[in-house]
Design a protein around this ligand. Structure first.
Ligand SMILES: [Zn+2]
Length: 229
C-alpha cells in the first residue's frame, strides 16, 4: 500500500452557526478515510448520525450515505474490515450501526464517556452487533496501523498513523479543527531543534509521537487542507 492509496471520503457537511463561530456561519465538511490494508479495508470514522430535532436545526447537516461514499472508491460496506473512530461524537460515528460485527477501535475512556449519556447520539454507541475493541493507550491494531491517543478535543480522542511502503500518513481526525493549527503545533515541537531558545509556545505532548512517524501527509476530519512536512 502506498500513501496515495489512502482515500478521503466526503461524508457530509454542516453549517456551524454564528453563535459558535463568533462571526459568520461557517460550512464545515466531515471527512472519513479509507485505508486499503492487506487485511481488509480500514475506515477512520463513518459519517454524521441522525441527531435530535434541535441539533439538526442547529447544524443543518447534509449527509453523504456511507455506502455512496465508499462506492466512489469501488468499495461496499461488506469490504469494511475494521473501524477506528477518532472519537464518538455523532458526526464521526454515524455509520457505525451499518457495520455490525466489525471491530470498532476506540479508547476505553471514550466508550465509557459515550455510554454515560448526554455525549453523543446514544443509538450510535450501542446497537445490535456492536463490537468495540477498547484501547488503553497506543496500539498497533493491524500491521502498520498505529492508533495513538491524542486527547484535547475530548479526553478519549485518538489518531491513526499508517505506515505504507513509501512512507507514513497520519489521519489526525479532530486532533485539530484546522490543518494550520497542527502546523503551528508541529513548528512549536520542532523549534528547539531549529535552534530557538525559550520562551516558546507549548504544544500537546503527542505531537512528538505523531511526528516520529515522519509523515508525508497529515489529514483531518474537518479540514480539506493537508499538512506536508
Ligand atoms: Zn467533529
Amino acid at each position: 500500500m502506498q500513501v496515495d492509496d489512502v482515500r478521503r471520503l466526503l461524508l457530509g457537511t454542516f453549517v456551524r452557526p454564528p453563535e459558535e463561530t463568533g462571526d459568520a456561519p461557517r460550512v464545515e465538511a466531515v471527512y472519513g478515510y479509507a485505508v486499503p490494508h492487506a487485511s481488509g479495508l480500514v475506515l477512520l470514522d463513518t459519517g454524521i448520525g441522525a441527531a435530535d430535532e434541535e441539533t439538526e436545526a442547529w447544524y443543518r447537516p447534509r449527509r453523504v450515505p456511507l455506502e455512496q461514499a465508499l462506492s466512489r472508491g469501488g468499495w461496499t460496506l461488506d469490504d469494511v474490515h475494521l473501524v477506528v473512530n477518532c472519537h464518538l461524537h455523532f458526526d464521526h460515528c454515524g455509520g457505525n450501526p451499518l457495520l455490525p460485527g466489525r471491530p470498532i477501535v476506540a479508547q476505553r475512556t471514550e466508550v465509557t464517556t459515550a455510554r454515560a449519556g448526554g455525549y453523543t447520539v446514544d443509538v450510535l454507541v450501542d446497537f445490535a452487533g456492536v463490537a468495540y475493541e477498547e484501547l488503553d493507550g497506543e496500539a498497533e491494531v493491524l500491521p502498520g496501523v498505529h492508533v495513538i491517543p491524542t486527547p484535547g478535543h475530548v479526553d478519549g480522542h485518538q489518531s491513526v498513523a499508517v505506515v505504507c511502503d513509501d512512507g507514513s500518513i497520519v489521519l489526525a481526525g479532530q486532533s485539530h479543527d484546522q490543518a494550520s493549527q497542527w502546523s503551528a503545533d508541529a513548528l512549536a515541537a520542532q523549534a528547539g531543534e531549529m535552534g530557538h531558545a525559550q520562551p516558546l509556545p507549548t504544544y500537546p505532548p503527542w505531537i512528538d509521537r505523531l511526528l516520529g512517524f515522519d509523515p508525508r501527509q497529515v489529514v483531518f476530519a474537518h479540514d480539506a487542507a493537508v499538512w506536508l512536512p
